[in-house]
Design a protein around this ligand. Structure first.
Ligand code: 6PG
Length: 467
């Protein structure tokens, strides 16, 4: 039997689709899945589904490894966390120096950093690959964010480039982001931006739904989607709203409790650790947590006054402007976080190239992302771009009107309001933080700086005794 060029461990939804993608690109491929009572049919079923003669299926790990050409390239598509370490434990003794393991799950970047150094000692390469696009993207072309050493990447680059989605110029949406955990880190922030993009759409829906039917809201979203606001998430949200089950809209039957697997909160956690404000993303994470208090919400909603409902109708142009504004702020926060984390971890991340591989194949692909490819060629940050900054400034009146509307209708729009608050804070020369400094100094003698003295001098005062 011929040796395979590539191996995949784990044929869950993503693993299966990636395997079909690779087989469709005519690369000889080996796939492995463990046999447990619930998974014993995985390999036989998959082998029936793929007609390609270049695919070999295994339920024995060592035969799977033996079927691979050297250096062996093995993609792990197992659940992030301990499952990855468990597979590594069984796999490592079967591999030889120079072999390459790729983790294609949504792993925490610090786990990836730990695994890279652990495997380095064994002369094995470890690549952390962020893969976005869901099941369809995996099958037809995902966006791939690679973290690892360039030698290992050179061995997988041709196959990854064949698998990946293509951008508007036909270039593959895969790139070497940087070393060790950088690929998984940017995938995490991708998901943080994804959480906020989803939340912003949910908030627009919440503002529209008292005044418009589902088909009308879908039509508004479709109209937005024709211009610069075009995005994959906007497109699917319009479609979701008009999906029927019999005579009813299916969305009315969906429980309003949002799930999450961790990457959104990892984005916020890292932002907190690095001291980088990402309030639009944080609000989206928290909104999912708030949604899970379903019982409390049901109980307490009957006890609050419904009389606040305003008679005003929502202004659609103001809403469109507000949504545009919040999306710019969301992306700005995500890219700022990546920039700062890159400094901290000695990663040299090209933000323009990152935006480019996010223009196709991934969940946050959009016209705006396409424009960011150029933005990051000229500017260090989105807000440093003159046009973007001016568009934020000229949106303020519309946002204030939407915020007033939301408050007078008791509509929670935390990601939108946090986006505006972020902009106000960033554009306020003298904040209220001197009050905080004085409070800290009063109760803990933490000292403070004075605006009328050199910055390297510190002062302390007994603030509450007036002589
Ligand atoms: C992607 C998605 C994908 C997955 C997220 C969703 O880029 O393809 O981000 O990775 O949908 O894990 O995560 P939650 O379950 O936390 O929403």
């Amino acid at each position: 039997m011929h040796k395979s060029h590539f191996g995949i461990i784990g044929l869950g939804v993503m693993g299966r689709s990636l395997a079909k993608n690779i087989a469709g690109n005519s690369y000889p491929l080996s796939v492995y899945n463990r046999i447990t009572p619930s998974e014993k049919e995985v390999i036989p079923t998959f082998m029936k589904e793929v007609t390609s003669k270049s695919v070999q299926g295994f339920t024995d790990l060592s035969s799977f490894v033996d079927s691979l050409a050297s250096p062996r390239r093995v993609l792990l598509m197992v659940n992030a966390g301990t499952a990855v370490d468990h597979v590594l434990e069984n796999l490592i003794p079967l591999l030889a120096p120079g072999d390459i393991i790729i983790d294609g799950g949504n792993s925490h970047y610090q786990d990836t950093q730990r695994r890279v150094s652990f495997l380095q000692d064994k002369q094995l390469h470890f690549i952390g690959a962020g893969i976005s696009g869901g099941e369809e993207g995996a099958l037809k072309g995902p966006s791939m964010m690679i973290g690892g050493d360039s030698e290992a990447y050179s061995h997988v680059q041709p196959i990854f480039e064949a698998m990946a989605a293509k951008d508007v110029k036909g270039k593959p949406c895969v790139t070497l982001i940087g070393t060790d955990g950088s690929g998984h880190f940017v995938k995490t922030v991708h998901n943080g931006i994804e959480y906020a993009e989803m939340q912003l759409l949910a908030e627009c829906y919440a503002l529209l739904v008292p005044s418009y039917s589902y088909p009308e809201i879908a039509a508004i979203f479709k109209e937005w989607n024709k211009g610069t606001l075009q995005s994959y998430l906007l497109e699917i949200t319009a479609d979701i709203l008009i999906k029927k089950e019999g005579d009813d809209y299916l969305i009315d039957k969906v429980l309003d409790k949002a799930g999450s697997k961790g990457t959104g909160s990892w984005t916020s956690q890292t932002a907190f650790q690095l001291g980088i404000p990402t309030p639009t993303i944080n609000a989206a994470v928290l909104a999912r947590y708030m949604s899970s208090f379903h019982k409390e919400r049901s109980t307490w909603s009957s006890k609050v006054s419904k009389t606040m409902k305003s008679e005003d109708t929502i202004n659609l142009e103001d809403l469109k402007t507000t949504y545009t504004f919040a999306r710019i702020i969301n992306h700005h926060q995500g890219f700022q976080l990546i920039k700062e984390a890159a400094k901290e971890n000695n990663w040299e991340i090209d933000l323009s190239e990152l935006a480019r591989i996010w223009t196709s194949g991934c969940i946050i692909k959009s016209k705006f992302m396409e424009s960011l490819v150029q933005t990051f060629k000229n500017s260090e940050s989105i807000l440093e771009d003159f046009d973007h900054f001016n568009s934020l400034v000229s949106s303020e009146k519309s946002i204030v009107s939407i915020l007033k509307y939301a408050l007078s209708n008791r509509t929670s729009i935390a990601s939108i309001s946090n986006s505006y608050d972020y902009f106000i804070s960033l554009t306020t020369a003298r904040s209220s933080a001197h009050i905080i400094q004085a409070q800290r100094d009063e109760f803990g003698a933490h000292t403070y700086k004075r605006i009328d003295r050199p910055i390297d001098q510190s002062f302390t005062t007994k603030w509450t005794s007036n002589g």
